[in-house]
Design a protein around this ligand. Structure first.
Ligand code: SF4
Ligand code: SF4
Length: 336
């Protein structure tokens, strides 16, 4: 019988049922944010997500840490076909994030047997120079070829682009490229995790760019952003998508060695909620001590802000990787 996703805070979970430990650094940082203020009415995503859902709406599963270029993972994981078969059998909605460089006509054809299957092909610039300065020489052309092969098989496509100080000037171009492959454009925020940590200070957009970008987004409701830019709501706008961090409440990330983290951009060892070699996914999602503290975090320095109900303090992962604190304002707070 199907099990429906429900609000966990409405279940009768006992504190004793909590599993795992919390790293002292993570515990101190989460406790410094104060207590969550429940939001039962009014607008905003918090009233749906507070306390977490009984199962995540999305899980980022990083199936390999290996890579054929200088950034994220790809099809070079030989077990990908078995993973897709099992997920198809369980009727899971699958979305593969790929750099696109190893997509061939034959692979694009073979992938048609799996459904529902979506692809995100990364392009971090609308021209080779911008993209390749981040992702490696020749990657732009190879990603475009991958897009062509996928589009030829009528796969559901999204072009995923991380907004940087440089790619900002190529947003229109990226929009056109996506449209030419019948793909949606998805723009995401540059988070200072992983390799992004080294380049974040130089590449993250300026306040002026963010202001213009907000207008650009408001005029293009078909551009996807997920939870990337809800901190820009503090400009006084209402962008589509979640207006609160969904980590540990609506999403989480599973890494190749089985570690489970609050989200794909919060892979700090001190924020590991548990490991699938030791605990089941259900135990970690529903009873992890770290997730429990994470779900109860308060607003910290943002508590008195007049925009808190639309910005919610921004992205915890960005705060952590830039300043190793969670009780501060988002480092890209637009009111600073
Ligand atoms: S920690 Fe940041 S990147 Fe992760 S889900 Fe929350 S807002 Fe998004
Ligand atoms: S002070 Fe905090 S809640 Fe207010 S706009 Fe800045 S980051 Fe958002």
């Amino acid at each position: 019988m199907a099990e429906f996703v429900r609000f966990m805070e409405r279940s009768n979970r006992s504190v004793d049922a909590k599993v795992g430990t919390v790293h002292p650094l993570a515990l101190a940082a989460m406790q410094q944010t104060g207590e969550i203020v429940s939001q039962q009415k009014g607008r905003g995503s918090q009233r749906f997500l507070q306390g977490g859902l009984s199962a995540p709406m999305t899980v980022t599963w990083e199936i390999t840490a290996a890579c054929n270029i200088a950034c994220i993972h790809s099809f070079i994981y030989p077990g990908i076909w078995q993973v897709l078969e099992r997920c198809t059998m369980r009727e899971l909605v699958m979305c593969i994030s790929t750099n696109g460089t190893l997509i061939t006509a034959e692979r694009a054809r073979r992938l048609k047997q799996f459904a529902p299957l979506y692809f995100q092909v990364s392009l971090d610039g609308g021209i080779p120079q911008t993209n390749d300065s981040i992702r490696g020489k020749g990657v732009f052309d190879r990603a475009i070829r991958g897009l062509e092969f996928l589009a030829a098989e009528n796969h559901s496509l999204t072009v995923n682009s991380v907004l940087t100080r440089h790619s900002f000037y190529e947003l229109d171009l990226l929009y056109e490229i996506a449209a030419s492959y019948n793909a949606k454009l998805r723009v995401t925020r540059l988070r200072p995790s992983g390799r992004g940590q080294d380049v974040w200070a130089d590449l993250h957009p300026t306040q002026e760019q963010y202001s213009e970008f907000t207008d650009w987004l408001m005029n293009r409701p078909d551009v996807l952003t997920a939870d990337s830019f809800f901190h820009l709501n503090a400009f006084g706008t209402t962008l589509a998508g979640l207006d609160i961090c969904g980590a540990a409440t609506a999403t989480c990330c599973i890494c190749p060695e089985g570690e489970v983290y609050p989200c794909a951009f919060f892979q700090a060892p001190e924020f590991e909620a548990g490991n699938l070699h030791e605990l089941s996914f259900r135990e970690i999602w529903q009873n992890s001590l770290l997730f429990d503290y994470y779900r109860k975090m308060g607003g910290g320095a943002c508590s008195g802000c007049g925009q808190y109900n639309v910005c919610h303090g921004g992205c915890p992962a960005t705060k952590w990787f830039v300043h190793q604190k969670l009780s501060i304002k988002d480092p890209e707070c637009v009111l600073i």
